[in-house]
Design a protein around this ligand. Sequence first.
Ligand code: CS2
Length: 491
Amino acid sequence: MTNTTELETLNASTLSAVTGETAKRPTYDRDALPISILHVGPGAFFRAHQMDYYDRLNATDPQWGVMAVALRSRKAPDALAEQSGLYTLVTLDREIDFRVIGCLKEVCHKDDAQALAPFTSAELKLVTLTITEKGYCLKPDGNLDEAHADIAADLKDMSAPLSAIGWLVKGLSARKDAGLSGLTILSCDNLPSNGEKLESAVLQFAGEIDPALRRWIEDEVSFPSSMVDSITPATDDALINRVERECGYHDEWPIQREAFTSWVVQSNVKPGFPDIARVGAIMTDDVALHEKAKLWLLNGPHSTLAYLGLAYGCKSVAEGMTRPELKSFLDTLMRHEILPGLTTPDGMDLNVYIDDLLDRFSNPAIEHKLSQIAWDGSKKLPIRLLETISANLAAGRSVEKLSFGIAAWMRFIVRMTRADASITDPMASELAALGAKAEDKAETDVPMFLAVYAVFDKELTDNTTFTGAVKQAYSAILDIEKTNLQGGFGI
Ligand code: CS2
């Protein structure tokens, strides 16, 4: 057994030597690829999802080199720079597959000199983003929040933008000044109408600093919406060790995901957009139906299982699905409370989609931590559960099971606060303050959380059917905690 200290690290000079039979190598000449795609937010999902499509497309159409730009931490740029941008995509399902992704040519930080360079190159055809829901700096109504600290600072000083929106506008301004044509900017985040929301935010920001730039963006840049899907747990030591054991080299930042992947993109892309349909993406005009079905049927139950599963003492999605009461709860939630509010996208059968989702959630090869899915609830719940709840209330449909996701999130905040654990959420301090005041009584705790109007709109919190359902669920979850946590925090 080779010990870690002797293992070569994956990089351009060791690539041909280190990857033996186990890990597939790129079949194209990566050095010859132009940087035609710029990505903002080189997190796990981007490297597991979009990069898989680009890597497979390069096998027959080798013109898609990618540069990724980190907005916050330098951890990804530093780790991947050491590996010449190379990393291992590990697909964990009924089959296990190891593949070295070769078309990530450069990873840098937004403040690095070269970060904006692709904007002034005619080779750049596409900009994509995975910056999570909170990265768009939107208000609950979906418009740009100009009071957001990063946006306010960028509107004052564009020398080193803090926000993704400010950074994009700076890049587009340089492209316009270079006399180059427009391009496509594609959001790949779990936001309904993500393209429209991104376009609106960019135009609003640009209009504040340079109306002529705003007009150029309106004329030259396309912002299609897209739906993205592949369950991608965060990288952990177990994965790093697995790559060393099974592939025989060290990879500081491999990526793991399920076999299933889906990418549905609105057709209004600019000329030069990569032909990702050739490798399984769907180009369509009714992306909104696919987006809504995925957000409501996958992400809503995912967040519900995260918070409710933690109250049962579970740690992962797959473990939660081994609990018959949780699996049955999710099945009923999806088929009886969520499905009725959806329009079926062309070519889909939503009951089969639900069967597939429950199967995907049960994948024993994936250790998808509930505590990871529990991040950023104040941003996720409005688009994953509250929209569904409002639609059901308006249509006279039940919200009994949907309300469990809301109540379980409240209980999660209370337990995290009592455990003195750090809450990953843009509203962490406000939520922790509420968690500290909780009395473990539905009658007082629920109204206290529902008064967070950055999450719950007033019309909803005035609806006694909804507030009653959340209180009932909250009391039920108190009992679930007593039975399953034995005094532990379940976080
Ligand atoms: C998950 C999503 O962490 C989360 O919030 O619900 O990342 C989910 O795994 C993806 O949307 C699946 O496509």
